[in-house]
Design a protein around this ligand. Sequence first.
Ligand SMILES: C[S@@+](CC[C@H](N)C(=O)[O-])C[C@H]1O[C@@H](n2cnc3c(N)ncnc32)[C@H](O)[C@@H]1O
Length: 295
Amino acid sequence: MPAPTTGDRSVMADSNATGLDAKSGYSRVDSQPDVAMVLAGMDATATWPSVRYLRAWEHERLTPGPGAEVLDVGSGLGDIAIALAKEVTPGGRVVGLDASAAMIEVAERRAAGAGVEVGFRIADAMNLPEADSSFDVCRSERVLQWLPDPARAVAEMVRVLRPGGRLCLTDTDWFTLTIDLPDVGAISAFREAIWQLRGAPAAVGSRLLNLCRDAGVVELEATAATHIWTDWKPDTEYAPAGIFPIAPIVRQMIAADVLDPVLGERFIEQLLQAARDDRFFMSVGMFAVFGRRPG
Ligand SMILES: C[S@@+](CC[C@H](N)C(=O)[O-])C[C@H]1O[C@@H](n2cnc3c(N)ncnc32)[C@H](O)[C@@H]1O
């Protein structure tokens, strides 16, 4: 069975083929076996109602008007940076930083297609190549979960904001993952294995508020959205929309010794059965926090 390519979801869900190393995931997009599949995931998640809600909530608070200087950390395919570039004209600017050359390349092409200028550059969120107090607005969406040190990235974002500048962080908490399967123990084991494989940042969504508090951010507000999947055709789609192939990831967890093989295989079997029986239900929680740099 070939690995999925170019975001093609028509690969048997229970095959071992995967275009992804689940541990590194979006931390190292450019070295994934199937970069196109990883990029396609971002276009899929952009259509999720939960993501749309969180982006609208963020936009109401960041209010980036003409003249604003805006930083998007981990800008991905650049859709939000491109939209904001239209809003800050005349006089403003948008910078989009991302660790992945493949992400930056697509984002630059899309910005050119949209006829806007965005300063897309390769950079590390934990060491921003920007001067102190140089932006009015900073946002970062679903990036902290992929960093070894999310607190350092938040401190960097606060550093480059002007006093009074507005910050919004959005992220998933994979510890909130629920799936309606007969064996609750298998789901718990899978959830725990995500934590074991990827470390504490996989659950950073619930920590956003206190990360901001610790970085001195004030006037904090928070919200949440749950994404639910009720439909998955595992014989024609390798995964529910917007996420990575589940069965190969489970087998990577087993190989990495973070998931019991019996529970892992039972999890795959029950997951596929629920989907084939049209009884699939899975959900995960995402959180957003807004605040200001004091001053
Ligand atoms: C899940 S994607 C989210 C992309 C975008 N923010 C969005 O919401 O559509 C995570 C992004 O973080 C980027 N990333 C991962 N580690 C990074 C790092 N250390 N510094 C900057 N960007 C990083 C990835 O390349 C990827 O584009």
